[in-house]
Ligand binder design. Structure first.
Ligand code: MLT
Length: 410
């Protein structure tokens, strides 16, 4: 008799974005003629950059010749990609990250979920609220979250609210914490922390031996100079932080799949008896055992994002989405709606009008305006009363959606 992991039975019905996709499919069945504009899940619409496509073609051709064919590669990533990442994302910013601190993977969703494999079940985990649901759900699956309570909170997680009342700046937890997830630029609120604001967290983590899991998937969208591109720009962060970076939103790899995680050798975990253990070693052990590497052709595609032409092409696409974000932000603000984010981020966080709930506003937008957003409460209790829109649509659809949103009566 196979016993199940009963933590799974504690999870709510479905994963947020799967639930929304199902709702939208049902709506499409009952309203086949509706022109539904999807600004819900943060999935990109622009094709891969030409430099990436030509690297893919070249790599595919290499796979057709015995002399250049590749089988298993290094689980941590080929040197050509790892060294390119080190040079461009770290050395170019004056940051000292070594090649053996980079682990190439198939996505930050997997890595932010899987990192829990090397962390004890007794850790007290803090999350900012609202938050990317993967952090919460994967801790619930592992048994670190406790029970789901009626107020939508998990009994063992520490919630750090980020709402308009505190300008979306999380306050340090007063309770004992072992691990905290930070995502900046933030998903879902689209807001950021300045270097000084992030330093407060790093200093606190050093003082209290807290591990920071820093999700930087939206780094490419930073436009303001005081917003850090990497947590390692903050002194001491290399002692306490693991950083997750992704090509998904940077270069349109949501379907191509490539990301990387930085685990500095100086970041330590502890045994129950207080002995220090390098998390780099543990993650390397986990990665080499459970993962067989990102395909060669995909790693060549990721490498191409850093060529001179690749950089320019990738930036042009990011700028295209940032322009969409501006159109949404300014269009909704002109309507009298309160909007946040969208300056250093592809996400716009909208306060629901007239005291509507998140799901009430979601249903109204879907049924009356045929626009799909993501209800804020789906990201956590402090997301109630908000809705997230993404700038990853086409320019045409973005303009059409903003035109429809002008019908909202406040
Ligand atoms: C989102 O919409 O929050 C993201 O696309 C989800 C993800 O990156 O997995």
């Amino acid at each position: 008799m196979a016993l199940i992991n009963e933590n799974y039975t504690k999870l709510p019905g479905g994963y947020l974005f799967s639930d929304i996709a199902r709702k939208v499919s049902e709506f499409k069945v009952s309203h086949p003629d509706a022109n539904v504009i999807r600004l819900g899940i943060g999935d990109v619409t622009k094709p891969l950059a030409p430099a990436v496509i030509s690297a893919l073609h070249k790599a595919v051709d290499e796979m057709s010749e015995a002399s250049s064919f590749r089988g298993y590669g290094p689980e941590q990533g080929y040197d050509f990609l790892v060294n390119t990442i080190v040079e461009n994302d770290y050395k170019a910013r004056g940051l000292n990250i070594a090649a053996d601190e980079i682990f190439v993977s198939d996505g930050s969703k997997s890595d932010t979920g899987n990192i829990g494999d090397i962390l004890g079940l007794d850790n007290i985990v803090a999350i900012t609220d609202p938050v990317y649901p993967v952090y919460v759900d994967t801790n619930a699956m592992a048994g670190r979250a406790g029970e789901l309570l009626a107020d939508g909170k998990w009994s063992k997680l520490i919630y750090v609210p980020c709402t308009s009342e505190n300008d979306f700046i999380p306050s340090l937890s007063k309770e004992k914490v072992d691990i905290v997830y930070l995502c900046y630029p933030n998903n879902p609120t689209g807001t950021t922390l300045t270097k000084d604001q992030l330093k407060v967290w790093v200093d606190w983590a050093i003082e209290n031996k807290v591990l920071i899991l820093f999700d930087g998937a939206y780094e490419a969208y930073i436009t303001e100079s005081d917003v850090p591109h990497s947590i390692y720009e903050i002194d001491g962060a290399e002692q306490v932080a693991i950083e997750f970076r992704s090509f998904s939103k940077t270069a349109g790899f949501t379907g191509t799949r490539c990301a990387y995680t930085v685990v500095p050798k100086s970041v330590m975990g502890y045994t129950k008896s207080g002995e220090k253990v390098s998390l780099n070693k543990l993650w390397n052990r986990r990665h080499t055992t459970k993962f067989n590497g990102v395909p060669y052709i995909i790693q060549r595609a990721a490498e191409a994002c850093y060529s001179e032409e690749g950089k320019a092409q990738v930036k042009a696409v990011v700028d295209y989405y940032l322009n969409n974000a501006k159109i949404i932000r300014e269009g909704l603000a002109a309507q009298g709606l309160k909007v946040y984010g969208g300056v250093n981020s592809p996400y716009i966080w909208v306060k629901t009008p007239n005291g509507m709930t998140s799901w009430g506003f979601f249903d109204y937008l879907l049924n009356d305006l045929n626009i799909v957003g993501t209800p804020g409460v789906g990201f956590g209790p402090s997301g109630e009363g908000y809705l997230r829109l993404t700038a990853f649509g086409t320019l045409e659809n973005t303009k059409e959606a903003v035109g429809r949103l002008k019908k909202i009566i406040i």
